[in-house]
Design a protein around this ligand. Structure first.
Ligand code: CS2
Length: 459
């Protein structure tokens, strides 16, 4: 049997915990943990990372002292690096430890990768008080008889502890694929705090800075084959490696009142105006991902690289990019080069990025990735056909696939009991009320979705 990686790799000096993270998944490890390890002052910045949904991720990582391998995978081969910036890996249900660390004066930054859907936002972009867990968390935060269970409930609980400990200001850094993600996180957190304790909401407003970021690194879910590949190449057993593409990008905008790692040494970029970068990434990369996820699976493909190799999918992506690009302005965006790089990144066939993984949570994702482009196209007096096709692919997918994973799965199921126009209208209303009220959009999506229905390989 091979030794575990923490027995054979060079000892890491454990940095003091100054970052608390919520959402210990593969992406956090290939991105924020990687950047923190590569900051010039890495020895001063340790991360305590809490799981969002899967407690076993913490158990596995804790058993190897928080160490894990990042496998950088390109057509040219694999390279391996052990990351040691996660100094504590903890089950997110341990809200006591989470709050204790947020209240510690040394803690300066809280980072979040909790997924788009976990913000529990309604179609109006505000906290949805009826979403699962929210009402129970508001009650828990009010009477303090139980600890909260939603990620935001936990964060509000942690911030209340920091206020009580008088530990001073800190920055919350949202690393989820949402537009204006810092503002979204602020509205959701302050909205929740306001509902339970006005004083706490005011304290958060005055002391917590919500940093917006655009994050990028394609990181599929780790497989058994990845674990075996690391064992074969490195000669140790790592039960939690993470495979990622060589490309990475992090653009941040906002204040860090208690300091931050020198992430810029690792290539992170700090800007005043994040919106153009955010839109470029969300629309071009994530929007195309969603299009490939739905259209690709309907045509029988399993991975991003496979779908992109299908001319009909690729043409749909290029047409969608043409529409999106008409609304991307700003110095240094270099859209043609960005598009060319995306084609190469998506085409990296050694990264097995499963379309089924990307297809999850479509109602929330499409609201960020496709809807703004369609709105902009309509405002410019055009039909937005290529963007409507992204949404049409989703509507066809929801009818053809089984076991749709989405915060609005029940609404999707009842919409799909309807037929024709009424069905499309009901599905669109789960993404956005205005979208469903736009007759031209409903008609266009309906006619485009029929082209997918007839070609579907999903049953
Ligand atoms: C993907 C993203 O699963 C998805 O929805 O579009 O996770 C994507 O891989 C990352 O944003 C890349 O940075």
């Amino acid at each position: 049997m091979l030794p575990r990686l923490n027995r054979v790799t060079k000892p890491f000096s454990r940095a003091p915990i100054r970052i608390v993270h919520l959402g210990l998944g593969a992406f956090h490890r290939s991105h924020q943990a990687w950047y923190t390890q590569h900051a010039g002052d890495a020895s001063e910045w340790g991360i305590a990372s809490f799981t969002g949904r899967r407690p076993d991720a913490a158990t596995v990582l804790a058993a190897q002292d928080g160490l894990f391998t990042v496998v950088e995978r390109s057509d040219a081969g694999d390279s391996f690096e052990v990351i040691g910036s996660v100094v504590e890996a903890i089950d997110g249900a341990d809200v006591g430890r989470f709050a204790e660390l947020i209240a510690a004066p040394l803690t300066s930054v809280v980072t979040l990768t909790i997924t788009e859907a976990a913000y529990r936002l309604g179609a109006d972009g505000k906290l949805d008080a009826n979403a699962p867990g929210v009402a129970a968390d508001l009650a828990a935060l009010t009477d303090r008889s139980r600890t909260p269970t939603t990620p935001l409930g936990r964060l509000v609980f942690g911030l209340a502890s920091r206020r009580d400990a008088d530990a001073g200001p800190l920055a919350v850094v949202c690393c989820d694929n949402l537009s204006h993600n810092g503002t979204v996180a602020r509205n959701a957190v302050v909205g929740m705090a306001k509902a339970v304790d006005g004083g706490l909401a005011a304290w958060i407003d005055a002391n917590v800075s919500f940093v917006s970021t655009s994050v990028d690194r394609i990181t599929p879910r780790t497989t058994e084959a990845d674990i075996d590949a690391v064992a074969a190449a490195c000669g140790y057993r790592d039960d939690a490696p993470v495979v990622a593409e060589p490309f990475r990008n992090w653009v941040l905008s906002g204040d860090f009142p208690a300091g931050r790692p020198r992430w810029e040494d690792a290539g992170a970029v700090f800007v005043d105006e994040i919106e153009p970068y955010e839109n470029r990434k969300l629309w071009l990369l994530n929007g195309a991902h969603s299009l490939l996820a739905y259209a690709g699976q309907l045509r029988g493909h399993k991975t991003v690289a496979e779908a992109l190799a299908d001319d009909s999918c690729r043409e749909a992506v290029e047409a969608f990019w043409d529409e999106a690009a008409a609304h991307l302005h700003g110095e240094g965006l270099e859209i043609p080069a960005y598009r060319a790089a995306l084609l190469e990144r998506f085409g990296n066939s050694r990264i097995e990025h499963h379309l089924a993984q990307i297809a999850m949570d479509g109602t929330t994702k499409l609201r960020m990735r496709a809807l703004p482009v369609l709105r902009a196209e309509r405002a410019a007096g055009r039909s937005g056909e290529a963007t409507a096709r992204v949404i049409a692919a989703w509507t066809a997918y929801t009818a053809a696939g089984s076991g749709i994973q989405d915060p609005q799965a029940a609404g999707i199921a009842s919409a799909n009991l309807l037929e024709g126009r009424a069905r499309i209208e009901a599905l669109l209303s789960l993404i956005d009320a205005d979208l469903a009220a736009d007759r031209a959009v409903v008609d266009l999506v309906e006619s485009l979705s029929i082209t997918f229905d007839s070609a579907s390989h999903l049953n």
